[in-house]
Write a protein that binds this ligand. Structure first.
Ligand code: DQA
Length: 146
């Protein structure tokens, strides 16, 4: 089983950016956590982060051509603006989980819209970096069932 974990803008600043909202775990530590969890579960993980919308579209398309079984995506602020990411996820039809570290539903109005949600099997918010692990576990179960 192969899962792409895709992070959008400013998520490389985890641990530095607004720790009251996003916690103290740094991006490198998050990657370690994901790699360890995937290795323990026999999952091949492809980890990617970009601050650029088009690069995120390219990575979603790459997941298709690379026959990925699932995508975990935290598109950061592009969640609330990007029809291009919605279109990319709709095009590839790979089971996808949307993850947000913070509880976006309790934050500003402009964070209440998620363009990508329509193309996702599940959304996890407010569980900190643990949300990524939950998303991977969900995809593992989902793929084993289907
Ligand atoms: C975020 C929430 C977004 O609104 C914000 O722009 C981010 C991070 C989260 O993980 O909680 O960059 O996706």
């Amino acid at each position: 089983m192969k899962i792409y974990v895709i992070n959008g803008p400013n998520l490389n600043m985890l641990g530095i950016r607004e720790p009251d909202k996003y916690g103290k775990v740094g991006y490198a530590e998050l990657l370690e956590m994901i790699n360890k969890h995937c290795a323990e579960n026999g999952i091949e993980a492809m980890l990617y982060q970009s601050n650029h919308e088009g690069d995120l579209v390219d990575k979603i398309q790459e997941a298709y051509f690379d026959s990925a079984d699932g995508i975990v995506i935290n598109p950061g602020a592009y969640t609330h603006t990007s029809i291009a990411l919605l279109d990319a996820l709709s095009a590839v039809k790979i089971p996808t989980v949307e993850v947000h570290i913070s509880k976006v539903e309790e934050r500003e109005d402009f964070r209440q819209v998620s363009y990508i949600r329509a193309a996702c099997k599940k959304t996890i918010t407010g569980h900190g970096v643990g949300g990524y692990i939950e998303a991977i576990d969900f995809l593992k179960e989902y793929c084993n069932e289907s």
